[in-house]
Structure formats: structure tokens, C-alpha cells
Design a protein around this ligand. Structure first.
Ligand SMILES: NC(=O)C1=CN([C@@H]2O[C@H](COP(=O)(O)OP(=O)(O)OC[C@H]3O[C@@H](n4cnc5c(N)ncnc54)[C@H](O)[C@@H]3O)[C@@H](O)[C@H]2O)C=CC1
Length: 409
């Protein structure tokens, strides 16, 4: 049963299938319409609109393919709560709805009937209402739209890596293994997610581990620009890769690059709550110079003597991904995979490759935990038909705020 009554779901999906095939065209029309009709709105969006364009259709696809999913209202309420950081007002939701329908009408051509328009208008209204309800509830609970956090430490590890220490100005609730949206005035209105690199501390400080991405404005600003004394913004912590292994349970932690950050947080938690923990840790980096967390990992391993530690890097002058091959060889030599919880963090390609091999080795996919990471998609790589979406629904670029940290704000 669709949870949205009065909306013709098959009609909604068939018009969306037509619009999706002309996605690039529809998105260009949508933003032109939105900015032309609402001149003040352009400045709410980042300067670089290219990633934004993919995000719009990824989000729409997520909603359209799940209109009959009972989990959708909760998802939309959390999304609305998260959108407070974009300063999304009821007027903006209304303007977006108007431009979306105009763009759909334009892209759908003769398939855009009065009935289709009515169904889309009703469906958008319901989506916007649920998102606004989530935003209102979070504001009524006293949750800020974002947390200001002062940079109190900035440690460089070579040209491409930095560990930032932040002190939020008000209590920031999170669980070990979660991530936060981060924004800097150096790159206005852009938000990127980074894992929090520590378990909650008494002094409230947080670590962000940042690897500079070629051409990435935010990662470059955080690694090479930001200095102590500056202020960053954090959105509410989210992420589902947080369930700690029950005391006494076997576990394997595998991290690559700055995927060390959430694993470090989980290990800090285990060192406090479960020092007898048994299992293994694999820390992977493209070269020895990129193993920036070695001292901390050795110190944590000393507090967790039941966990073996293996460092793996590519051989000198070998490609970055040789480290993954070496890791997979090491994982194949390990036993008892069905008995282990596996905590994984690292680049998306790494997660895909390692998860597949772990499943072949007998690890339980339900006990293999990692964040849902965005696929870097362009229109050209988007599935072309509804059948393809069903086989391989595109991942949503917005982070999944499903597992927010509990607590007072
Ligand atoms: N919560 C999480 O899961 C976190 C994920 N990350 C992700 O990690 C990445 C950071 O990258 P860096 O620290 O620069 O790591 P990196 O680019 O130096 O990669 C580290 C290692 O991962 C493996 N790897 C990388 N790309 C691969 C691919 N496509 N296929 C197979 N193996 C691959 C290689 O062995 C490489 O040596 C970002 O993509 C970020 O999104 C970062 C922090 C937390």
C-alpha cells in the first residue's frame, strides 16, 4: 500500500522515467527557472553547481522509487531536519516545487498530462510537508541548524593529509564511528561529510582527518588553508556504521587511508568498554608516508592486547592499489570469518572490493559494517531506464542521517 494516498504511483513513475532520460536538460531548466524567478535563491547554493545537479536527480530518484516504503516519511523528516543547515525555509520549498513542476512539464513533453501534473503536485506537497515537519520538530527541540566549532589544532602529515582538532561551542552529541557534515567560510555553502576521528572526550574536542582530493575545494581548504582560530560549521552527526561489537565478540577492523578516523573512534570506545576484545586490525595506506596514525594505533593496540595489528602499504614506487591486493591476500589467510563482526572504512572503491572478497570468504554481510558512501556519478553513468534503476538504484549523494546521535542539544 502506498503511504501517499491520492497519488497515482504508476503515473508518477512513468512520467519520471521520461524525465529521467532527459535528466541533464531537466536539471538545467529547473535551476534556471528557480534562480530566474527567485533572484535571492542563487546565493543559497554553492558557486560550483555541477555536483548539485547530480544530487537533485539522485534525491528525486530515491524518493520516487520509495514512495510506497513505510520508512520514507521518517527518512524525509530526518532530511528536513538536516536541511536546516542550508537555510531552507517554507518559501524555498514552495519555490523549488514550482520550478520542479515547470522543469518536469518541459522535459516530459506530451506525457505531461493534467493528471500527471496533479499527482506530482500532490506528491511534492507531501514530501515538502514531511521535510518541514522534521525541521520544525528539530527547531522546537532546541537543536541548532549547525554547530559552530573552533579549530584548536591543525597537524599536517605531508602535502595531502591533515588532522584538525575542533572544539564545538556547544555540546555536540555523536557516537564513535559517526560522521559530520562540515562547512567552511573559505568554500561558502559547500558541505562535505567527514568521519569523526575519536570517541567522545570530556573536553568535547573532535578530530577530523582530511585527505586532499585533487581539485577538491573543501579538502584543499581544510588541509592547506584552515588555521587554528578559524571557525567551521558542523551538521548533526550521522551514519549507520556505528554498532559496536558486543563485549567478548570477535571482530576485525579494516581501514584504508583516512578511513582510519572512524576505526580509531571505534577502537577508543572498545579500549574503554571492552579491553579484552579479541580479533584483528588491518591498517592500509598507499605508502609508508601515508601511515599517519601509526603511533596512535600502536598505543591503542597496547590497551587492546587481544587484537593483532597488521600494517599494509604498497611497495615503494608501486601503484597505490597494490596495498589493497596485499590486504586481500592477508584476509584470505585469516580464518573464522563467519564468527567476526567486520568494521570497514576507506575509499568507496576499496569498500566495494573488500566487501566482495569478505563475502566470498564467508563473512556475514549483515555483520560487515561501513558507511553508505556516495558514488561519484555523472549523467552519463546514470542508469537509463526504470528497469536499470530497479536493478541498481543510484546511491543518494546526501548522507543518510538515519543513525543520528541521541542526546540533548
Ligand atoms: N567512514 C569512512 O568509511 C571513511 C571513508 N573515507 C574515504 O576514504 C577516502 C580517503 O582517501 P585517502 O585517505 O586519500 O586514501 P587513499 O586514496 O590513499 O587510499 C588508501 C588505500 O585504499 C585503497 N584504495 C583506494 N582506492 C581504491 C580503489 N578504487 N579500489 C581499491 N582499493 C582502493 C588503496 O590500497 C590505497 O592505498 C575518501 O574517498 C573518503 O571518502 C575517509 C574517511 C572515513
Amino acid at each position: 500500500m502506498p503511504y501517499i494516498s491520492g497519488v497515482d504511483l504508476p503515473l508518477l513513475r512513468s512520467t519520471f522515467a521520461v524525465v529521467e532520460r532527459r535528466a541533464e536538460h531537466a536539471v538545467t531548466y529547473f535551476y534556471s527557472h528557480l534562480f530566474w524567478r527567485n533572484p535571492g535563491v542563487r546565493e543559497l547554493f554553492p558557486e560550483n553547481m555541477v555536483p548539485q545537479r547530480d544530487r537533485l536527480f539522485a534525491a528525486l530518484t530515491h524518493v520516487v522509487t520509495r514512495l510506497d516504503d513505510p520508512a520514507l516519511p521518517g527518512y524525509l523528516e530526518r532530511l528536513g531536519r538536516d536541511h536546516r543547515k542550508f537555510l531552507a525555509t517554507p518559501a524555498l520549498y514552495a519555490a523549488v516545487g514550482e520550478s520542479l513542476l515547470a522543469a518536469f512539464a518541459h522535459a516530459a513533453g506530451s506525457t505531461w498530462t493534467v493528471e500527471a501534473e496533479k499527482s506530482w503536485s500532490e506528491a511534492y506537497g507531501l514530501v515538502a510537508d514531511l521535510m518541514l515537519r522534521g525541521a520544525d520538530e528539530s527547531a522546537a527541540a532546541g537543536e541548532p541548524a549547525w554547530w559552530d566549532a573552533d579549530v584548536v589544532g591543525h597537524e599536517r602529515h605531508g602535502d595531502d593529509l591533515a588532522v584538525l582538532t575542533l572544539r564545538p561551542r556547544r555540546p555536540y552529541p555523536f557516537l564513535p564511528g559517526q560522521y559530520a557534515g562540515v562547512s567552511s567560510l573559505r568554500v561558502p555553502r559547500v558541505w562535505r561529510t567527514y568521519s569523526l576521528g575519536n570517541a567522545p572526550r570530556e573536553d568535547g574536542t573532535l578530530e577530523l582527518h582530511v585527505s586532499r582530493i585533487r581539485g577538491g575545494a573543501m579538502s584543499t581548504a581544510l588541509v592547506a588553508g584552515v588555521r587554528p582560530g578559524e571557525t567551521l560549521r558542523l551538521s548533526a552527526a550521522g551514519g549507520a556504521a556505528v554498532a559496536a561489537t558486543a563485549p567478548g565478540g570477535l571482530r576485525t577492523y579494516i581501514c584504508a587511508g583516512t578511513g582510519w578516523a572512524p576505526v580509531k573512534a571505534l577502537l577508543e570506545e572498545a579500549a574503554g568498554a571492552d579491553p579484552e576484545a579479541e580479533g584483528r586490525i588491518f591498517a592500509v595506506a598507499r605508502s609508508r608516508e601515508y601511515l599517519y596514525g601509526r603511533e596512535e594505533l600502536d598505543a591503542l593496540a597496547a590497551r587492546l592486547p587481544g587484537l593483532s595489528v597488521t600494517y599494509i602499504t604498497s611497495a615503494p614506487r608501486h601503484p597505490r592499489d597494490q596495498a589493497t591486493e596485499r590486504l586481500l591476500t592477508a584476509l584470505r589467510a585469516c580464518g573464522r570469518w563467519p564468527d567476526h563482526d567486520v568494521h570497514l572504512a576507506g575509499p568507496p572503491g576499496f569498500l566495494t572490493e573488500v566487501s566482495e572478497v569478505l563475502a566470498e570468504l564467508g563473512a556475514d554481510p549483515a555483520r560487515t559494517r561501513h558507511d553508505v558512501l556516495p558514488r561519484v556519478g555523472r549523467f552519463t553513468t546514470r542508469p537509463a531506464s526504470r528497469a536499470e534503476w530497479l536493478l541498481e538504484p543510484p546511491a543518494v549523494h546526501w548522507h543518510d542521517p538515519a543513525a543520528r546521535a541521541p542526546g540533548a542539544f
